[in-house]
Design a protein around this ligand. Sequence first.
Ligand code: 8YV
Length: 323
Amino acid sequence: MNKPKVIVTRQWPCEVEAQLKQLYDVQLNESDVPLSTDALKHALQTADAVLTTVTDIITADVLNAPNKRAKIIGQFGVGYNNIDIQAAKGQGLTVTNTPHVLTDCTADIAMLLLLMSARRASEGERLILNQQWTGWTPTQLLGQKVTGKTLGLIGFGRIAQAMAKKAHHGFDMKILFYVPSTPDQHIVDDLQATRCDSVEDLLAHSDFVSLHCPAGVTTKHLINEARLKLMRPTAHLINTARGDVVDSDALIHALKTGEIAGAGLDVYEGEPQLNPEFLTLNNIALLPHLGSATEETRTAMGNRVLVNIAAFFAGHEPNDKVV
Ligand code: 8YV
C-alpha cells in the first residue's frame, strides 16, 4: 500500500522530521519560509494530511479550495485560531491540536514575563547593553516584590493552572481566577484559589493579571481601555495567550500614562509585526512568541501530531480531535 502523502508547512525538530520521513511520503519545508495562500491550497489539494502551525492562516477561502485530497489538518500547537474551524468542519476535514505537552513550558514563560515585568529586567538589561550602567544605587530600577502578591488568571485551563501552581506553591502568591466554566474543585482547593464573578472584579483585585483564554470573537480585545482602567496603578499585565485578546493601543496608552505599572508580552496582534510604540516603552518585557519553545516541548508537540495522524490513518478518532 502506498504511504499517505503528508505536507509539513514549516521546519520541525529533526527527530520528528526523521520519523515523518520513515512513516510517510512527506514533503518537508527545509527553507522554513511560510507557505503562501496558494501554496496552502495546493497542499490541501495534493496531500492526505497537512501539518500546520500558528503562522499558517487557514481561512475559509483556503479550506474551500476545489478538489481537495486532504482529510486531516494536524496543527502543531494547542491554539488553533489560525484555522477557520467552522469552515474546516463544513468541508468534512478533521483538525487536531497538541494539548498537554506544552503546558509547563508556556506557564514557565508566563512566570518569566511576570518576574521580568515586576523586577524591570528588560530595562536593566538595556542599561547594561547600552553601556549606561554607572553602578549600584539605593534607588535604581526599583520594581515590585512578587512573593506573597495576588495573581489574577483570566481563563483557568491547563496553562493557567500550571502557572497558578508555580506562583502559589513557589512564590506564595494568592490566586484569583475568572473562567466561565466550572473547574475541578480539587485543583481550586489545592491552590487555595478564589473564583471571581467577573473579569472586572478580578482586574480590580490583582497585582498581576495573566491571560489564558483562547482567541476568538468573544475574547477579542477582552482587555480594552475601560478594563485597563480598573487595574491597579502598580499592576502588571502578562499575555502568553494570543495578541488579539488585548487592545494594543489601549495597552500602550495605559503603560504610557501609568494607569498600570508594566506588561510582559509573548504574543501580539498581527504578529510578527508589532505596534512600533511598544518599542518606545520602558515598562514592558517583550518576547517573540516563545511559549512552547524548548527542545523537549517542540519535539513532544511534533510527536503528538504524529500520534494524531497515525490514529486517523488507522481509521480511529485521534485523541486531540478539535473537529
Ligand atoms: C506554539 C502556541 O508554539 O501552541 C500554541 O498555541 O501558542 C505556541 O506555543 C505555536 O502556536 C505553534 O503553532
